[in-house]
Ligand binder design. Structure first.
Ligand SMILES: [Zn+2]
Ligand SMILES: [Zn+2]
Length: 255
């Protein structure tokens, strides 16, 4: 089936609330099951969603902040040791430069099962900005984002559709390239205007970016508790004429 479905598993941040878990998004791309970011709480949200964690093929990590990567080890552990389940297909793990040494450091503490278990292979790829990777049904192009030194945003193409995910970022010209004419722009909106802390976006910036990049549709996400999501969408709409929604955990969107 040539369909592209996004399920939001975590629309929150490192300051999670009962309603909003840390950053995590699931994409069903035809028969491919893909996770973008796996912040802490992702495994719990997966059990609350219709996504079967045992079927996940690929994990994309935007950057190595714990609210984006902490449930990767629990995911691999569950794929390795769920009773009655024998994983055989490989797991593709893609992330920014430094991702391999991060995983090897984890393995040195947790043990060889993490990356070298006999049941199934882990295929680890460190991505370079602007160098695409192709899978059977889809393609991903990473873009350098302005957050940590090595942060990436992901532009995913499949079945003539594009979904672009900023991960965490401040405003930069590169965000415009990432989101250019995207069918769905998944844009971080961490803080209210005039109260942005660190390298993040606000509702006005998100709207200006979506307008300049001529996005078709916007889904705001990555809300700190101080950011009121409906207000964020309202402010974003003052800058961008297309549809704007605020993400909530466990929502699904067809693209
Ligand atoms: Zn974050
Ligand atoms: Zn971050």
């Amino acid at each position: 089936m040539n369909s592209l479905t996004l399920t939001v598993l975590g629309s929150g941040t490192c300051a999670p609330t009962k309603e909003r878990s840390c950053a995590a998004y699931h994409l069903q791309i035809g028969s491919a099951s893909v996770l973008m970011d796996v912040g802490f709480g992702t495994m719990r949200r997966l059990t609350e969603s219709s996504v079967d964690y045992r079927q996940i093929d690929t994990v994309l990590i935007s950057h190595l902040h714990p609210d984006h990567v902490s449930d990767l080890v629990p995911l691999i552990m569950a794929l390795t040791y769920t009773p009655g389940f024998k994983r055989e297909k490989p797991l593709h793990l893609l992330g920014p430069q430094g991702f391999k040494s991060f995983l090897f450091a984890m393995q040195s503490h947790y043990g060889k099962w993490l990356l070298d278990h006999k049941n199934f292979k882990k295929i680890i790829t460190e991505l370079e900005p602007d160098v695409s990777q192709s899978f059977d049904e889809w393609q991903v192009q990473p873009h350098a984002m302005d957050h940590t030194e090595l942060s990436l945003g992901y532009r995913i193409s499949a079945f003539d559709k594009v979904i672009a995910y900023t991960g965490d970022t401040a405003f930069s010209a590169k965000v415009l390239d990432l989101l250019d004419h995207a069918d769905l722009a998944l844009i971080e909106c961490s803080f209210p205007d005039h109260h942005v802390i660190g390298k993040h976006l606000s509702p006005t910036l998100a709207g200006q970016i979506a307008d300049k990049a001529q996005c078709r549709r916007v889904l705001l996400t990555h809300f700190y508790p101080v950011m009121e999501p409906e207000q964020a969408a309202r402010i974003c709409r003052t800058q961008f004429n297309g549809p704007v929604e605020s993400a909530f955990d466990l929502m699904s969107v067809e693209i």
